[in-house]
Design a binder for this molecule. Structure first.
Ligand code: PEP
Length: 248
């Protein structure tokens, strides 16, 4: 199975009702670029509005709880995301691993909950700057993969997003060679664990992707798409990234 490119916008804690028009513009423009899967993960509060405004478009959550329901004030469960019309969810973003103290085991439990709710999963991994500087980035990320990727899922239901923490929102980007080396190492580790199914799993790059650098990053070995933060907030910035993916 050839892996289709996958470009996902992570709006983080950005977007009021007026942003629904931006999502509509993004999905409309993305529809002109065949061969690429496009998704937007808005704040929880906008999921229903985006689903209603863009029927059939892929809308996702940015996190979910590992329990299906219960006394967890402020949290959102995977079945709730699915009930709101979401078809995917991001888990293990570094802003949650670092800011909310989420461990690999927590991330794995969230991924398992999401899969049980029939959501596709984008599972994030990535090293801090000091680990990259020390030469330990690949070992660090492979340990995250070992600890946070569930054992049982269909290959097209779980994508890995490699997001070096120091590249997120900073304008800093690893070299294309470093991205390719990391993605190759991730693919290799997935192959050891899952055999041939690893060839069907998508591995996205995330961290300061924009319309200028998308083409070369997306063309790197074993890069199957991009997880995009800041440049996903408007059609003017996001659509060129989708177009770059479609052109490959
Ligand atoms: C992200 O937060 O997932 C991300 C990649 O952000 P940015 O594109 O802004 O670096």
């Amino acid at each position: 199975m050839a892996r289709r490119k996958y470009v996902v916008g992570n709006w983080k804690m950005n977007g009021l009702s007026a942003a629904v028009a931006d999502a509509q513009a993004i999905f409309a423009a993305a529809a002109d670029h065949g061969g690429v899967d496009v998704a937007i993960c808005p704040p929880f509060t906008l999921i229903g509005a985006l689903v209603a405004a863009a029927p059939g478009a892929a809308v996702g959550g940015q996190d979910c709880h590992s329990a299906a329901s219960g006394a967890f004030t402020g949290s959102v469960a995977a079945p709730m995301l699915a009930d709101a019309g979401a078809t995917l969810v991001i888990v293990g973003h570094s802003e949650r691993r670092e800011g909310c103290g989420e461990s690999d085991a927590d991330v794995r439990a969230k991924a398992e909950a999401a899969l049980a709710a029939r959501l596709a999963v984008i599972l994030c991994v990535g090293e801090p700057h000091e680990v990259r500087e020390s030469g330990g980035a690949i070992d660090y990320v492979l340990a995250q993969i070992a600890g946070s990727v569930p054992d049982d899922f269909a290959a097209d239901r779980l994508a890995i997003a490699y997001e070096p923490i120091w590249a997120i929102g900073t304008g800093l980007v690893p070299t294309v060679a470093d991205v390719a080396a990391m993605h190759g190492a991730i693919r290799g580790a997935l192959a050891v664990r899952f055999g041939g199914a690893a060839q069907d799993m998508r591995i996205l790059y995330g961290g300061s992707v924009n319309g200028d650098n998308a083409a070369e990053l997306l063309d790197a070995g074993d890069v199957d798409g991009a997880l995009v933060g800041g440049a996903s907030l408007t059609a003017a910035k996001f659509v060129p990234i989708v177009a770059a993916a479609a052109a490959l």
